[in-house]
Ligand binder design. Structure first.
Ligand code: HEC
Ligand code: HEC
Length: 264
């Protein structure tokens, strides 16, 4: 399948960025800010979590009301140290016992939680949502393509509820490697109609007989498949990669902002 709308996708930048992050010897993966986690830490954490925490927090980490571990939703905890303290002192009044664990085991649990429960993920940091909004509107210029809460164009997916529908690791991957993270429905589409008209855009819906897309002029176009001569889905996202363009801190803040977008 041929790539369409190939603007600004820069895998070279990404590998440069990852190389810097992975510079610590013996660490396969690293976190964007001061903490670094390895794949081994994440796997250790995953095993411990299954044995000690899943009973209450559930396999998906959403078993305790008001707490969703892979989505970084806590009642009080914010930093890694807060999470560490919660685990070692427990929340006895609420029914969470204290755990006596080795430092390496605690590192593992934190890495597993911060990876969004994804043992293959590049760990991420969740920064400050308020600063993240400033990155979204400023340096990132995300609003040039995206829409949030009714503001902004329809060229790219509406991000109003992205924090509810995507895992943090997947959102981070969208920012660093958009083409790899792209979900199938969002693949760019090029259509040639029977009359020879070419329409490029973003597919928003498709069934057996029709397809709907937002064209480059932001119009919603609905076509009957019997009127289509060529139908080509691209594999390259038209979103530029932000690897190397945003600092680790900006990325962490942006992620916090995106995770805070949960629709109504
Ligand atoms: C017996 C049930 C139980 C077990 C086992 C348990 N937890 Fe909890 N955990 C809870 C409850 C209940 C809360 C909510 C506490 C509250 O209301 O503040 C909680 C809260 C948390 C929080 C969020 C703290 C905050 O500020 O919101 C974290 C992080 C956490 N647990 C991690 C773990 C980890 C990691 C393990 C395994 C080592 C674990 N828990 C095992 C019941 C449990
Ligand atoms: C040139 C237009 C453009 C810009 C600028 C842009 N994006 Fe995107 N973005 C897209 C398109 C198109 C998609 C859908 C294809 C894909 O997933 O890569 C997308 C997808 C995404 C997704 C995944 C959505 C989902 O439902 O999976 C996220 C998250 C995202 N963008 C966030 C951002 C943020 C944050 C910024 C600013 C730092 C930004 N984008 C800048 C065009 C853009």
């Amino acid at each position: 399948m041929r790539s369409l709308l190939l603007t600004g996708v820069t895998p070279g930048l990404l590998s440069a960025w990852l190389a810097v992050l992975a510079a610590t010897p013996g660490r396969a993966l690293a976190q964007v800010e001061d903490h670094q986690y390895s794949t081994a830490d994440i796997r250790t954490g995953s095993r411990l979590y299954g044995a000690q925490c899943a009973l209450c927090h559930g396999q998906n980490g959403d078993g305790v009301a008001g707490v969703n571990l892979p989505r970084q939703q806590f009642r009080r905890a914010a930093s890694d140290d807060d999470i560490r303290n919660t685990i070692t002192t427990g929340v006895t009044a609420a029914g969470m016992p204290p755990f006596r664990l080795q430092p390496a085991e605690l590192d593992g649990l934190i890495a597993f939680i911060r990876s969004g429960f994804d043992i293959t993920a590049t760990p991420f940091t969740v920064g400050d949502a308020g600063r993240g909004k400033a990155v979204y509107d400023g340096t990132g210029a995300c609003a040039a393509c995206h829409r949030v809460a009714g503001m902004g164009p329809r060229t790219a997916p509406d991000l109003s509820d992205v924090g509810a529908i995507r895992q943090p690791a997947a959102i981070q991957r969208s920012l660093l490697e958009p083409s790899r993270a792209m979900v199938p429905i969002n693949r760019p589409l090029r259509i040639v109609t029977r009359e020879g008209r070419t329409i490029r855009g973003r597919r928003v819906n498709e069934d057996t007989a029709t397809v709907q897309l937002i064209d480059e002029g932001e119009r919603l176009v609905s076509l009957s498949k019997s009127d289509i001569r060529e139908f080509e889905l691209g594999t390259a996202s038209s979103m530029p990669s932000f690897a190397g363009k945003l600092t680790g801190e900006e990325l962490a803040d942006l992620l916090a902002y995106l995770l805070s977008l949960k629709g109504q």
